[in-house]
Design a protein around this ligand. Structure first.
Ligand code: GLU
Length: 499
């Protein structure tokens, strides 16, 4: 395939979501695969809805995903500027060109007239379209009125008769009756172009070969093709990407369809503790297949395997379990120092100040047990807090009395005290005597180790017990067991605390 020129053209109006990320991803993959260019263009002509925060967020999100663009507002390029508000005059000149060639006209209808017209059309159930009043104006008169400063918009002059056929790569030919295509506004009365004109002009001037965009544009797709054809330009390859369905598979996905543990926003996923590698994989597979198996693919593999022919127009269900699955797989592939570095901000956010060394020692023992980076806080936050001193009720395990627990703790402490400081660094040196103790006591391993776990960590779920004790250290481990023993001794003299 020849090197492509593709673009991501977001309107910075809200949080950057997985739909935008998927569009960026396919652009990026095709550009990298073919040795082409990936362009970031900011479509900020809707000046009421754009915010600088949204633009900063989308750039941060793309950086986080590793989808670096080759040309764009920050990095520049041969077609700068890459921000549409800075290209206002370019669009205006092109709109005038369309007026001159008879493909567009000035419309002087006041907003009130348009509102009345629309209300009447709604009432009579007529198609909601401009009635063409100004289309019939004498062009010389329209030019004179505009020159005199009369406010106006510029509309596309859609052919009245015939049909228009457009071609979408995933759906094939789509044919519509021209009379059903409205005379859309191309330039507003404030002189700013709308998407319909601005994007077509930019795609042409920037030499865009393939357009990936959301299927919400299918409705105005014929209009876009007509605009391009009116200029006599060549159309790009059009690829309208599938919509996302709710996790249940019923209805379109919206930001309201998520729990507090989920997000459809890219930085939201980052803050929940998902890895960019996992998010990329997850997103890439929503609406495309990359081969028979769904093992995680590296970015290089995604680039290598990407094909337009593997994209599907069928709606894709947003499956958060799959994201968890990918995240777990990627987490387990990280080297411990890398994992340590990635979980650090989560500890800091939780108000903990993790020691670098300690974090690196903890990384391998939590790696198998967390699904997101944020899970590391619940799992291993205790390492960075003072001893938690759990009360008797929490220490007691199912089927064990307080008196039995006291005995178990006492003997565990004795067994561990017999392990020298030097040997304490090896978890096998702790495991052997404690397993022997379980045998002697005639209790279940789950009961005794559950008790020791709560005594040492303050929690019922923790990293593997013996490895944890090694990191907590001999002195602290013994002290915590001692404290727990005291708690249970006090409880043992009061009957009926048994669980
Ligand atoms: N600015 C449009 C949007 O955010 C871009 C659509 C396109 O990629 O052409 O929906």
């Amino acid at each position: 395939m020849k090197p492509v020129r593709v673009r991501m053209a977001p309107s910075p109006t809200g949080h950057f979501h997985i739909g935008g990320a998927r569009t960026a991803m396919y652009n990026f993959l095709l550009a990298r695969q073919t040795g082409g260019q990936f362009i970031l263009r900011i479509e900020d002509t809707d000046r009421k809805r754009n915010t600088p925060e949204a633009q900063a967020e989308l750039m941060e999100a793309l950086h986080w995903l590793g989808l670096q663009w080759d040309e764009g507002p920050d990095v520049g390029g041969p077609h700068a500027p890459y921000t549409q508000t800075a290209r206002k005059d370019i669009y205006l000149a092109h709109a005038q060109q369309l007026i001159a060639s008879g493909h567009a006209y000035r419309c002087f209808c006041a907003p009130e007239r348009l509102q009345r017209m629309r209300a009447e059309q709604l009432r009579s159930r007529a198609p909601l379209q401009y009635d063409g009043l100004c289309r019939r104006l004498d062009p010389a008169e329209a030019t004179a009125r505009a020159a005199a400063g009369e406010p106006h918009t510029i509309r596309f002059m859609t052919p009245d008769t015939g049909t228009t056929t457009v071609h979408d790569y995933l759906r094939g030919d789509i044919t519509v009756e021209n009379r059903n295509i409205d005379d859309y506004i191309l330039v507003k009365s404030d002189g700013f172009a709308l998407y319909h004109l601005a994007a077509m002009v930019d795609d042409h001037l920037m030499g865009i070969s393939h357009v990936f965009r959301s299927s919400e544009w299918l409705g105005t797709f014929p209009l876009h093709a007509l605009i391009i054809r009116a200029f006599g330009w060549q159309e790009p390859v059009w690829v309208h990407l599938s919509v996302f369905l709710k996790p249940t598979g019923k209805g379109k996905m919206s930001k309201r369809d998520v729990t507090s543990e989920q997000s459809i926003f890219v930085l939201g996923l980052r803050d929940l503790g998902y890895l960019p590698e996992a998010v990329n994989n997850w997103i890439a597979l929503m609406g495309a297949s990359f081969g028979p198996e769904e093992t995680p693919l590296t970015m290089d593999e995604l680039i290598e395997r990407f094909s337009l022919d593997h994209l599907t127009p069928a709606a894709a269900r947003v499956n958060f379990e799959k994201l968890d699955h990918f995240n777990g797989l990627y987490l387990r592939k990280l080297s411990p120092p890398d994992l340590a570095q990635r979980v650090r901000p989560f500890f800091e956010r939780a108000g903990l100040a993790p020691d670098e060394d300690l974090l690196r020692r903890i990384a391998p023992i939590i790696q198998e047990r967390i699904v997101t980076l944020d899970d590391a806080i619940d799992m291993a936050g205790f390492f960075f807090r003072p001893a938690s001193r759990p009360p008797a009720a929490e220490l007691l395990q199912k089927g064990m009395t307080a008196a039995q627990s006291v005995v178990a703790l006492e003997q565990a402490r004795a067994a561990l005290a017999a392990v020298s400081e030097a040997e304490f660094g090896d978890h096998a040196a702790l495991e052997a005597p404690l397993r022997a103790l379980v045998e002697r006591l005639g209790l279940k391993a789950g009961q005794v180790f559950g008790l020791l776990r709560v005594a040492v960590t303050g929690q019922r779920v923790s990293p593997p017990l013996f490895e944890t004790m090694v990191i907590v250290g001999r002195e602290q481990t013994l002290a915590r067991l001692h404290w727990a023993e005291g708690q249970l001794r006090a409880a043992a003299v009061q009957p009926a605390i048994d669980t």
